[in-house]
Design a protein around this ligand. Structure first.
Ligand SMILES: [Zn+2]
Ligand SMILES: [Zn+2]
Length: 104
């Protein structure tokens, strides 16, 4: 359902010729052709890398590095997809700087 941006009333669909409109009792009229009701989710580029100078500020956690076997890693969260989805945790080995993402 769509609501009028002017007065907040529920818009009613109306067909005129080969065009579809949404009309409101206040006089508001919007053409619906080409209007997608679902918002396109902008795909965000995964930011895996974090600037080296910022690494010291990151929290550390117990995590085994898949590369060197070190048991400590920095971690940070990255919002990879839509905002309503859970963020992905990335880990970086404190020893060899190997970076990987945590799957759950
Ligand atoms: Zn209205
Ligand atoms: Zn490592």
């Amino acid at each position: 359902m769509l609501f009028c941006p002017k007065c907040g009333s529920l818009l009613k669909p109306k067909i005129e010729g080969n065009k579809k409109f949404l009309i409101c009792s206040c006089g508001y009229k919007a053409e619906t052709e080409g209007v997608h009701l679902k918002e396109t989710v902008t795909k965000q580029t995964q930011k895996v890398e974090v600037a080296e100078e910022k690494m010291d500020a990151l929290p550390k956690t117990f995590a085994e590095c898949p590369k060197c076997g070190n048991k400590e890693a920095y971690w940070w969260m990255v919002q990879t997809r839509a905002a309503d989805e859970a963020a992905t945790r990335f880990l970086r080995c404190t020893k060899c700087k190997h970076t990987w993402r945590e799957y759950d």
